[in-house]
Design a protein around this ligand. Sequence first.
Ligand code: AMP
Ligand code: ZN
Length: 665
Amino acid sequence: MPNIQDKITALREELRQHNYNYYVLDNATISDYDFDIKLKELQQLEEEHPEFFDANSPTQRVGGEITKKFETVTHKNRMYSLDNSYSKEDLFDWEKRIQKMLGVEQIEYTCELKYDGASINLTYENGELKRAVTRGDGFQGDDVTANIKTIKSIPLKLKGNSIADFEIRGEIILPLDGFNKMNKERIEAGEDPYRNPRNTASGSLKLQDSAEVANRPLDCLLYHVVANRLPLNTHYEALENAKKAGFKIPNTLKIANSIDAVFDFINHWDTERHQLPYETDGVVIKVNSLAHQDELGYTSKAPRWAIAYKYKAEQKSTILKSISYQVGRTGAITPVANLEPIELAGTIVKRASLHNADQIEKLDIRVNDTVFVEKGGEIIPKVVGVDLTKRPQDSVQTQYISICPDCETVLERKEGDAKHYCPNEYGCPTQITGRIQHFISRKAMDIDGLGAETVELLFKENLITNYADLYDLKVEQIIPLERMAERSAQNMVEGIEASKQIPFEKVLFGLGIRFVGETVAKKLAKHFKSIDNLMRASFEELIAVDEIGDRIAESIVDFSNNLVNIQLIDRLKSYGVQLQLSAEVLENQTDTLQGKIFVVSGVFAKMSRNELKKSIEDNGGKVSSSISKKTTYIIAGDNMGPSKRIKAEELKIPIISEDDYLKML
Ligand code: AMP
Ligand code: ZN
């Protein structure tokens, strides 16, 4: 009798290879029918022999696992964004900057297409897929492993002996064919079609039922291997190795020896990209040498060793049927164009942004005009002009609204502001619900079991008129509402209760003070340490904080002087919402490094580079990415960049080790 375990292993191996042939190489060597037979056989054997279960077996790709809430995971290595360029000059400028930093003339580049989807970070351990996390805010993302496993071109087990542990990054995309097919089915079923492949791909990652994800024709194209010490010298080699291990790396990847060669690549794909099976909005150019990459490092947002080149947006003309006006959370009015639907850059466009009153007046946009619509990098297309030759005889000039479409208050417009605002901050329904919706959103209080629509319902039923009211909600009040059951009411109240643990910086962001975004909230929380200190701060004290300008300071002062807000904050305090930094955070923060500027270079033994940077900032120091006369110390790890060392010696800046630094604390 053949050994069952061997049989299972052999079947898994065979199916894995077929998956690879079909989904990565696009070259099937077996019929779908035969594949299914073998898969069923394996399924059966696995069922009969649960002792041989393997989470990465090909049978696991059909999905079925339900994720109620995606776990938030902190990225080991931050996921950065990319700087953009739009012309050859931009690229020459970029080259000049990096030539100077590296102290070399000749730089080798790689050119890749910029795949338009959702980025994903895959972690492999011992050659097996361990975890898949979305980019999120770059620092933290969602664990979507169960969904990712259903994407057949992502290897669950790697071929050959690869490096033991590494992360690889890529883009989850929805190829156009698959997207159109999905939409055709939706239209036939009487549902609204999806707007575009990119959003549909990223939305797919967050579906709760992985079996549903398995049914979507998603694909994954890889573009970056992150390993702490790669036994390799170039980005190109890293990708070639990844390809050998079974990852899908498009053949469009090329090496270029000059910006001119880069530009040839860009020009070629400017027209050819429309033949590709998926969407691309540009090209990504990277410095090929990993040592150079390491030396160039990152700005606060993006790697210095890479740049994206964005293609010009596509334009089309269509009829403007009507203009509607939307009220935002801050009362800002946004005019929206309702269009005769057109297909633009692979998506169906029905609505477009009209920006503001000035824009409408400047372009003299009128209802029934034939307008030019453009779709750039942003999700919402915009109206960029009018075809005057097609203007109907009886056309009338657009009269911008003067009262709020929601609460009928007379709109205001401040000197220098492009937008009209509804000043009825505490009475305008959209502003009230908008503020509460912002408060509960993921990046703020992250309240489970409560969504945007429920907020509207609770408001309509007079159960809440501000975010503090949430904390008074009782299960008995919620149950009688439409579509509510005891279970969901319970969940909501528990979610609200749990939000009392959310750290101060997020609460501060959630308060929705105009111009206080996530980053500003973090800065303010760190500097003022509590809401009381912040609300007591004068305009002068506020602008003295790094990166806090007049506009932000003014808005905070306005907020703090408003009686309604003072009462709301008092209530939040009484419920136990975190309105100051926790003792734990405070304990880890000192002023020991006040006034000192550090440059960090190389690889460290005790902390990751990010941990080291965080530690410097927590202790009052500043981190700078390039060496200058102002630098106080350079903390050098293994493989410090040679040009950095030379520069440090030239400027006589002390180079210290990780241990020296730790002693300093
Ligand atoms: P952006 O979102 O415009 O800042 O662009 C950065 C994003 O481009 C990254 O997060 C990736 O998800 C995506 N991207 C697509 N193709 C590539 C590529 N070939 N190399 C690097 N990033 C890419
Ligand atoms: Zn209003």
